[in-house]
Design a protein around this ligand. Sequence first.
Ligand code: C6P
Length: 412
Amino acid sequence: MQTQTASEFDVAKVRADFPILTQTVNGKPLVYLDNAATSHKPQCVIDTINHFYAAHNSNVHRGVHYLSQLATRELEGARDIVKKFLNAASDKEVIFTKGTTDGINLVAQSYGRKFIKEGEEIIISALEHHANIVPWQMLCEQVGAVLRVIPINDDGELLMEEYEKLLNPKTKFVSVNYVSNALGTINPVKRIIELAHAQDVPVLIDGAQSAPHLKVDVRELDCDFYAFSGHKVCGPTGIGILYGKQHLLEQMPPVQGGGDMIKVVTFEKTTYNDLPYKFEAGTPHIEGGIGLGRAIQYLESVGLDNIAAYEHELLEYATELIGGIPGVRIIGTAKDKASVLSFLINDIHPHDIGTILDQEGIAIRAGHHCAQPVMQRFNVPSTARASFAFYNTKEEIDALANAIHTVIEVFG
Ligand code: C6P
């Protein structure tokens, strides 16, 4: 598929796929700018889930009967779609999880507990979401490891020379996000991975905010693990993906025991199932997985490169328009950014900003965005955050700018 220029991108056509976008909120057309929290679902994903329950509902991997085989084929078909989406080498490397948080916890508790020992070090960054901080802190408490943090500059960019200094023979794992949810910074993950690999250190990429916006090829990136959430890529909630290199996953113990993850169980000993099922204990989120597969097909039909180009133009437009309003301060001014505009207006509390925007039908997020250390770094308790998707328009950004003027008027 040839990449469209942003002006060629047919946003009206795309918007027609999302039934929720036609509604009004507080008497105004909905302007949904909270896509980093969760994205909306196109009709094809909603239809796929409905159809599963209406026609195919059954448990998977267990039954010899028709419906069970159908459901199994659909779920495994979705795994294959994800495999191709990520360019993973094998379906064995694609594990269904509950979401990004679940995937990171799995790696911390499985790889971490087995391979990281007292006094050894784990590197994360100052840009992380709590989901990529707390699981490592928990692991550190359990095994006596030490957490090290790559600092950031005032634009919200990682200080790569500090990262290089942090890497040392005690480093046993690196875990960083590709795109910061609080600031939108796109991190130089390829370089981060190269530097870690030069010291034989594996790297997990938190892809929660990159999967919806950037084309990712895990083999080209050479990451060891990549975690993302279905609900941020136009798919259902409660489902996500953990990609892991097969040779690492093979060495890792399961974290949860139960049905589906075993081959033989006796009271004396249990042998575990092959990948990826070893990490998928219990009945999976079947319609979630199938819905996620459909969502990825949908994103691919729009084209990840088209999405990235169009969203880049939206972000540039918003940065200039909103950043130019007297009293507005943008937090996060990295050179390389995706889809997030975090801002403050004078000393108005972001919750007040969010409430007034809501009255205008505009949905943004106000708060610490589950990234409190980022807020601490900028010495602010919270920010207002507008986050864009490929179904947003410049007119919606104009509406945001107008509503910000209203906020300023209300608070004098
Ligand atoms: N960020 C936001 O509004 P889950 O909740 O598991 O789907 O995703 C967690 C997560 C992990 N890493 C990053 C970079 C994220 O942005 C998120 C989710 C949402 O910014 C909800 S807090």
